[in-house]
Design a protein around this ligand. Structure first.
Ligand code: SAH
Length: 491
C-alpha cells in the first residue's frame, strides 16, 4: 500500500525523534517517516519534502520552529552546503551520545548480539578535548565557481560543484594561507584548474598534510598532466610563506589523468624538499582517556614516543590526538607480555605494528600500498625496532600464505581495515589461525558488526569495546573491539 498523502515539494511540520546513519534527523508526519537533512534530534521543523518513496521520504529544513535543546549555532557558515560536517548543529556531548548509540545499534541489528552482551562490554566513548582544528590532512578540490572564478574549497554535499572556502574549521589554520598561495601562483602563471565535466584543465586537488607534533607540512598538487608551468614559481611562493611554528618541508605533484573520484594519482614527483613529512605519536594510558583537559599536558613528555615518516600516498590517522588514545587502547586490549607473535593487518605505515613490537616477541605487518610499506620499514629502522617484518599485499592473500606456507600461529591479530571491512577469506584465515585475542579497529560500525558475527561463529567472544571520536562534527565513528577465543564454534 503506497503512501499517497505526500508528494515532492510539500511542506510539513515534523518533530525529530531520532538520528539517521549520516547524522540526519528522523521524524514522522502522520506516520510517514521522513529523513530530514540538517535537523537536530529534539527540533520541531518545517521541512520541504525533496523525495518520496513508498514508506519513507527525504526532506530539508526550511525553518526551525522549535529548536532542540541539543541545537547549537554552527561555527562554519558553509555547514549546510558542505557535505563534511553533518552534525555540526548538534551539541558535542550529544554527538558523542549519538555515536555511542550508533555503534550499539549496529552491533544489535547487524551483529545479532544481545543487548545484555553489548551493554556488558561497552565502555563510554572517548571524546575530544577540542572538537575543532583536529584534522591533519585536507584535500581541497580546485576549480571554478559559477562565475568562472578560480577557487579552492569543498564540494557542495553530494555534488561536484565547488564552493569557495579555504578556511575549513576542522583543519589547521595554516591551510588557508597555503591554499591562497597556491591560487595566487595559479593566477599569476595562468595555470588552469581541472574541469571535471570536460576532463580538461590542470590542477585537480591540493593535499595538505601536517605533522601536529613535528610542525612539518607537506603540500601535494594533484594534476591532470605531467608538469606544472613555472614549477619554480610555486616552490618560491610556498617556501616564502611564514607559518608561525610550522614549516613546509615537502612540495610535490601527483599525476592523475583519469576521470575518477579517486583523488590521488599513483605516482608522486617531488618538486622541493623531502618526499615525506615526519611526525610522532605517544601512547596514552587508561587514565588519559576521559575528557579531562588536564590529561593531555600532564606527563606527556615521559610517555613512549614513536616517530614516523609519512609519504603522500600512505594512510595516516587524521586525528593524531585521538589516535594516541586509540592506540593506547589497542595496546591495552592486546595484553602483551613481551613474548607474543602479533599480526597487524591493514598496517599502513606500521604505526600500530611498531607500538606493539616494543611489547611483543615478533610483529608481522601487512598492507596493500607499496609506498606505505616502504614507510613502515623505514619507520622500524628509525625507531631501532628489529622485531617487525612488513609485507606488501592484500591481507586476504598474504595472511593465508603466512598460515599455509610458513605455519604462522599468531597470539594476537590486530585488524584495522578501511570502511568496507575485512574480506571473508581474511576472516576465515584468522579463525583457522586461532589467535588467543583479536583486536579489531574499525571506522564503520556496520561492517564491524558484520565481521564480528563471523568471528563469533568461529569461536570468538567480544570481551571489550570502546568507541573513540576521531571525527567530531561528522557522523563518523571509530570503534575498537577485543575478542577472545573461547572455543565454542557455532555453525
Ligand atoms: N593501521 C593503520 C592503517 C589503517 S587504514 C593506521 O592506524 O594508521 C587501512 C589501511 O588498509 C590503509 O593503509 C589501506 O591502504 C589498507 N588496505 C586497504 N585494503 C587492504 C587489503 N585488502 N589488504 C591490506 N591492506 C589494505
Amino acid at each position: 500500500m503506497g503512501f499517497e498523502k505526500y508528494k515532492k515539494n510539500d511542506r510539513v511540520t515534523v518533530t525529530i525523534e531520532d538520528i539517521g546513519n549520516d547524522g540526519e534527523g528522523i521524524g514522522r508526519a502522520d506516520g510517514y517517516t521522513l529523513f530530514v537533512k540538517d535537523a537536530v534530534i529534539g527540533d520541531t521543523v518545517e521541512a520541504r519534502i525533496t523525495k518520496c518513496k513508498k514508506n519513507y521520504g527525504y526532506a530539508r529544513v526550511e525553518k526551525v520552529a522549535t529548536p532542540s535543546p541539543f541545537r547549537v549555532v554552527p561555527k562554519c557558515p558553509f555547514h549546510r552546503q558542505c557535505g563534511g560536517c553533518q552534525i555540526q548543529a548538534m551539541q558535542y556531548e550529544r554527538q558523542l551520545a549519538y555515536k555511542q548509540d550508533k555503534v550499539r545499534e549496529n552491533l544489535l541489528r547487524i551483529g545479532g548480539f544481545s543487548p545484555e552482551k553489548i551493554d556488558a562490554v561497552m565502555e563510554p566513548i572517548v571524546g575530544m578535548e577540542n572538537p575543532w582544528h583536529y584534522r591533519n590532512k585536507a584535500q581541497f578540490p580546485i576549480g571554478y565557481d559559477r562565475d568562472g572564478n578560480l577557487v579552492a574549497g569543498f564540494y557542495a554535499g553530494r555534488t561536484h560543484t565547488i564552493i569557495a572556502n579555504t578556511d575549513c574549521l576542522l583543519g589547521p589554520v595554516e591551510n588557508k594561507t597555503i591554499l591562497e598561495a597556491v591560487l595566487s601562483y595559479m593566477r599569476e602563471n595562468q595555470v588552469s584548474a581541472y574541469r571535471e565535466t570536460e576532463g580538461k584543465g590542470l590542477v585537480r586537488h591540493v593535499l595538505i598534510r601536517t605533522g601536529f607534533a613535528s610542525g612539518e607540512i607537506m603540500v601535494c598538487l594533484v594534476i591532470n598532466g605531467k608538469r606544472l608551468p613555472a614549477e619554480e614559481k610555486l616552490v618560491e611562493k610556498l617556501t616564502g610563506l611564514r607559518l608561525e611554528e610550522k614549516r613546509i618541508v615537502s612540495i610535490s605533484v601527483s599525476t592523475n589523468r583519469e576521470k575518477t573520484n579517486v583523488i590521488m594519482g599513483r605516482e608522486i614527483r617531488v618538486l622541493w624538499g623531502n618526499g615525506w613529512i615526519e611526525d610522532s605519536l605517544r601512547v596514552l594510558d587508561a587514565a588519559d582517556l576521559g575528557m579531562d583537559k588536564s590529561a593531555d599536558g600532564r606527563s606527556a613528555e615521559n610517555r613512549e614516543k614513536v616517530t614516523f615518516r609519512i609519504s603522500p600516498l600512505s594512510f595516516y590517522q587524521v586525528n593524531p590526538r585521538q589516535t594516541e588514545k586509540l592506540y593506547g587502547l589497542a595496546l591495552q586490549y592486546a595484553e602483551l607480555t613481551g613474548k607474543e607473535t602479533v599480526c597487524d593487518l591493514y598496517c599502513g605505515i606500521g604505526t600500530i605494528s611498531l607500538f606493539m613490537a616494543k611489547r611483543a616477541g615478533k610483529v608481522y605487518g601487512v598492507e596493500v600500498i607499496p609506498q606505505a610499506i616502504e614507510d613502515a620499514k623505514e619507520n622500524a629502522r628509525r625507531n631501532q625496532i628489529t622485531n617487525a617484518e612488513f609485507y606488501v599485499g592484500k591481507a586476504e592473500e598474504v595472511l593465508p600464505e603466512l598460515y599455509e606456507k610458513e605455519g604462522l600461529y599468531p597470539d594476537v591479530i590486530v585488524v584495522d581495515p578501511p570502511r568496507k571491512g575485512c574480506d571473508e577469506t581474511c576472516l576465515e584465515t584468522m579463525i583457522a589461525m586461532r589467535p588467543g585475542r583479536i583486536v579489531y579497529v574499525s571506522c564503520d560500525p556496520a561492517t564491524l558488526a558484520r565481521d564480528l558475527k563471523i568471528l563469533c561463529q568461529g569461536g570468538y567472544e567480544i570481551k571489550r569495546e570502546r568507541a573513540v571520536d576521531q571525527f567530531g562534527q561528522t557522523g563518523h565513528v571509530e570503534v575498537i573491539i577485543m575478542m577472545q577465543y573461547c572455543g565454542k564454534e557455532k555453525n
